[in-house]
Ligand binder design. Structure first.
Ligand code: NAD
Length: 262
């Protein structure tokens, strides 16, 4: 379905980004993995994904908190893979603290990585996608792009911003009368190594079993009482990148077990 396409996934050496990259590679895309570490470990993850899927997979180190690195990521990926058909803006970080104590540096970093990077990478691919008449931009927002929780001011502001940016990008693609779409996926809780690593602490802090922590702490706002998986976010991304999704643009797709229906 996506055979022969080229894709960049930002922040993709772990968690959701790696899950999306794996699904795209399995469907025949050549993929550029990215994180900011420039590490041998990240290069190994790209090499392993290439071996596992048979797809061309390259690693491009670039810090998504910096505008010039975002432009370089696109330039390096195009050098390695050719013109980019699919851009997935996934890189993101979190900090949880009440507003009056929220460090300015954390605010700036979250806005830069979770929101501004999506603008800078989109800016770098948009003209090429328009001139080729085709492109797919998928922004990984969050249930927090549609609703709020206390103590997550920067994250909620950034993710609402990502939803707004997705709508503007969609309108500009449509105005150019080309098949360039942009949408935001809004996951609820997704089972990633990051979430798994928090389980132990929560069990100790609350004196609860693993199942109790999942049911009573983590998934209280998830009616299905189930985590989404990285494979499900990957498959949703792949669908949005397909020809069948050509008329889906400027919208959000929740993968949140009913969270935002409540
Ligand atoms: P993760 O921490 O597992 O992965 C984040 C990736 O981004 C890593 O590869 C990390 O190296 C990379 N990264 C961090 N800072 C970077 C930077 N400055 N430049 C480039 N790369 C950088 O996180 P995740 O849980 O997989 O989250 C991925 C995205 O999904 C984020 O945007 C997050 O907000 C969103 N999301 C996650 C959940 C969830 O439950 N995990 C829910 C909703 C939305």
């Amino acid at each position: 379905m996506l055979k022969g396409k080229t894709a960049i996934v930002t922040g993709s050496t772990s968690g959701i980004g790696l899950g999306i990259a794996r699904v795209l590679a399995n469907k025949g895309c050549a993929v550029a993995l990215n994180d900011h570490t420039h590490s041998d470990e990240s290069k190994r993850i790209a090499a392993d994904l290439a071996t596992e899927t048979g797809a061309k997979v390259v690693y491009v180190g670039a810090d998504m908190s910096k505008a010039e690195d975002c432009a370089n990521l696109v330039a390096e990926a195009e050098k390695a893979l050719g013109p980019i058909d699919i851009l997935v803006n996934n890189a993101g970080i979190q900090h949880v603290e009440k507003i009056e104590d929220f460090p300015d540096g954390k605010w700036n970093a979250i806005i830069a990585i979770n929101l501004s990077s999506a603008f800078h990478t989109t800016k770098a691919v948009m003209a090429g996608m328009k001139s080729r008449g085709h492109g797919r931009i998928v922004n990984i927002a969050s249930a927090h792009g549609l609703t709020a929780s206390p103590y997550k001011s920067a994250y909620v502001a950034a993710k609402h911003g990502v939803v707004g940016l997705s709508k503007v990008t969609a309108l500009e693609g449509a105005a150019a009368k080309v098949d360039v779409t942009c949408n935001a996926i809004c996951p609820g809780y997704v089972w990633t190594p990051l979430v798994e690593s928090q389980l132990e602490d929560q069990m100790k802090a609350n004196d609860m079993t693993k199942d109790e922590v999942i049911d009573k702490v983590m998934l209280t706002r998830t009616p299905t009482r189930k985590f989404a998986t990285v494979e499900q976010i990957g498959e949703t991304t792949a669908f949005l990148c397909s020809d069948g999704a050509a008329q889906i643009t400027g919208t959000t797709i929740s993968v949140d077990g009913g969270w935002t229906a409540m």
